[in-house]
Design a protein around this ligand. Structure first.
Ligand code: GCU
Length: 681
């Protein structure tokens, strides 16, 4: 029994709550599954594995219902029992991927039923049912109805063909390109299963900074082997496409999207991909961003570029995810660029294009205001891109639970149709009736034994999937279930550790970028601090570009007197951020350049408050260490030691951040370290 975390949240250990165990044993005498398919084999295997582990004994799986209390699993098409259970109305409401977990009395015996319209729906239902047991919840009365609110729920792997992973901190890429398609690592199944358990239904295999060889015959054969493995788990394969592919691998001398030869090339390429992968999901494209080629190279718009690829995918039912992450060196304010570039194009994209927008306008910073593109594109399908891998959060060395960040991003109010027009409602199609809805998370998985490097990195994979399925979930609820399934139900563990998780993101904000500072990272690696960086190849890659500190003050003026990026938001949002006296302080320096002596709500000056927050960040990490030390003995030693050691690194790094930033800003402000705080060294 491995305690290295490789089993993720799917550990299925025998239920430790005696009363519940007895209830489960008495209500689950037999499992009935009718029908045959690859997915149904997985369903059988999963329910067997799950119940055997959780109940501590195996239960017969039959095709015919007998007179004992059973768990019936089926679709109306394959199961006579389900077809006759009177579930038609509820089934209509849950679509292709949803499921019901319910009960039905038949001939005097009450059975539990997992029903869905498709086999994939059943698989999701099985994971949900098993979770009920994993969480020690009663199954006496069951009436769960669940369907995803967002259609395309993807992981984006920034994986290169040499198996390095851009911004990956958990080992090598999972895709063993050199031995595919012949050798199929068992890890591919583990990966698909873990994703299915949280409802992820798509995976982009390769980096957005894309190697065009990914679309050659040689690699398509390999990708097709992965697609075959993922398919029965409901997961479609997508590829990142390089806009210059027609030249780089196609032998053309242009990639101009308006050139008929180029258009023909994309059609043929897409046809070839569908020969290999009949249910291929589509492309993800990073164009004219950070050196990637794109339509602007030919004086064409993003829409003109995107539509050519979209048209090639359209007859096959594929989608094109076009990234809105664009910025250039010569603009006054990087914040503005996505909006300025794409809003004028609203309505010009084909209807199988989805614009993929990062949660914030800069780049996955510890805290960003929501991207002003959300709510600004009524005629363009818009999806949300979150980062699961901790590029700006201490890699896999730091404990930083992303649930609160995702919740904050999803629940941000765009006000586009009045109060309550959250980002979640934009991306689930509620506000604008998008034809395609989607969400993407930049993956944090790799070949490390525990998948994610930091044992708590698993929570970020988990919460991403859970919120992609249901964006109304709270970070806290998800943390609670993840802890119980991954570690233990012991309240002396769950309660303090949950509260530690919930504070961890804010701790990371405080020791790096308090009060709305942004991007003080050393260029390139994005791990440690370098707020002093001024001289680099591009001004928008320096820290001073973002903080704008000098002897008079600090912050980026995005009001009318500055770049006026605030004008990109609805008036109610603008009003919220416009006035530095009344706005939420955690966003202050995102929008205002203020004197060091500016008075804050606490009564402290901006300088004093800034320094205090840096110090609080370190204190919070020390508290995390205390919390963790207090739970020793309540879980296995292996994972305990691992987290303890990583927290020690985190503490050192937090101090490093605090001292570097405070000393640097002090060299500009010329102000003393506030009384009561030790001197940074
Ligand atoms: C960040 C990240 C890059 C990545 C880029 C993107 O800038 O540092 O590594 O390629 O985002 O999202 O395209």
């Amino acid at each position: 029994k491995a305690e290295d975390g490789s089993r993720l949240w799917l550990r299925y250990e025998q239920v430790s709550d005696e009363e519940m165990l007895e209830q489960y044993r008495s209500l689950l005498q037999e499992v009935v599954i009718q029908g045959e398919s690859e997915t149904l084999s997985i369903v059988r295997h999963e329910i067997q594995k799950g119940l055997t582990g959780l109940l501590g004994h195996s239960i017969p799986i039959d095709k015919v219902l007998s007179q004992t209390q059973s768990l019936i699993i089926g679709t109306p098409a394959t199961s006579k029992v389900v077809a006759s259970a009177g579930l038609d109305e509820s089934l209509k409401a849950i679509g292709d991927e949803g499921f019901l977990v319910t009960m039905k009395k038949m001939e005097g015996v009450t059975h539990r039923i997992i029903a869905a319209n498709t086999d994939i729906g059943l698989l999701y239902g099985v994971f949900r049912f098993l979770k009920q047991l994993q969480l020690h919840k009663s199954i006496r009365d069951l009436s769960i109805e669940s369907a995803p609110r967002i259609k395309h729920r993807l992981l984006n792997h920034w994986d290169n063909l040499d198996r390095s992973v851009e911004r990956g901190y958990a080992g090598l890429s999972l895709w063993e390109w050199s031995t595919l398609p012949e050798y199929k690592s068992p890890r591919y199944v583990d990966y698909a299963r873990a994703n299915a358990s949280i409802g992820i239904n798509g995976t982009v295999l390769n980096n957005v900074n894309s190697d065009p060889r990914m679309m050659t015959e040689q690699y398509l054969e390999k990708a097709s082997a992965l697609a075959d493995i993922f398919r029965p788990y409901g997961i479609k394969v997508y590829l990142s496409a390089n806009f210059y592919a027609p030249m780089r691998i196609g032998g053309l001398d242009t990639a101009d999207p308006l050139d008929p030869e180029v258009q023909q090339w994309w059609k043929e390429k897409v046809d070839q991909i569908y020969e290999h992968i009949p249910d291929f999901g589509g492309f993800l494209v990073k164009a004219n961003s950070e050196g990637q080629p794109g339509p602007a190279d030919y004086g064409r718009t993003h829409a003109e570029g995107a539509n050519v690829l979209a048209e090639a995918l359209q007859p096959h039912g594929g989608i094109l995810m076009w990234r809105a992450f664009v910025y250039s060196a010569d603009q006054e304010d990087r914040f503005r660029e996505g909006y300025d570039e794409f809003v004028p194009l609203d309505g010009e994209f084909a209807d199988n294009v989805i614009l993929q927008v990062k949660n914030g306008p800069i780049d996955f910073q510890p805290r960003e205001p929501f991207h002003p593109l959300f709510g600004a594109l009524p005629k363009t399908n818009t999806m949300l891109e979150l980062q699961v891998t901790q590029e700006y959060f201490g890699f896999s060395n730091h404990l930083a639970y992303m649930g609160p960040l995702y919740e904050e991003a999803l629940q941000s109010d765009t006000y586009v149709q009045g109060e309550g027009s959250t980002v979640a409602k934009v991306i689930d199609g509620d506000l604008f009736d998008y034809k395609h809805t989607g969400i993407a998370g930049v993956a944090n998985t790799g070949t490390d034994r525990n998948w994610t490097g930091h044992p708590f990195g698993q929570a970020n994979w988990y919460v991403y999937g859970r919120m992609a399925w249901d964006h109304s979930l709270t970070a806290e609820k998800v943390a609670d279930e993840w802890l119980r399934m991954t570690f233990t139900h012991d309240p002396d563990f769950v309660e303090p550790v949950k509260s530690m998780m919930m504070k961890s993101r804010e701790a990371g904000v405080k020791y790096r970028n308090p009060l709305g500072l942004t991007h003080l990272y050393a260029q390139g690696h994005h791990y440690g601090p370098a707020p002093w960086t001024a001289e680099l190849s591009r001004p928008d890659w320096t820290a001073v570009y973002y903080h704008r500190a000098d002897s008079a003050g600090i912050g980026f003026d995005r009001t009318e007197s500055g770049s006026n990026a605030l004008e990109q938001y609805q008036p109610s949002v603008r009003a919220r951020f416009e006035n530095p006296e009344t706005m939420p302080e955690e966003y202050l320096l995102w929008f205002h350049h203020l004197p060091w002596d500016f008075k804050l709500n606490s009564g402290k000056t901006l300088w004093e408050e800034l320094v205090h927050r840096y110090y609080e960040g370190v204190t919070m990490v020390e508290e995390m260490q205390k919390t963790w030390n207090s739970v020793e003995g309540l879980i296995d030693q292996e994972r305990f030691d691992h987290v303890q050691a990583l927290l020690e690194i985190q503490k050192k790094d937090a101090l490093w951040w605090r001292n570097a930033c405070v000393l640097y800003f002090q060299s500009l402000s010329g102000k003393p370290i506030p009384a009561g705080l030790e001197k940074p060294a």
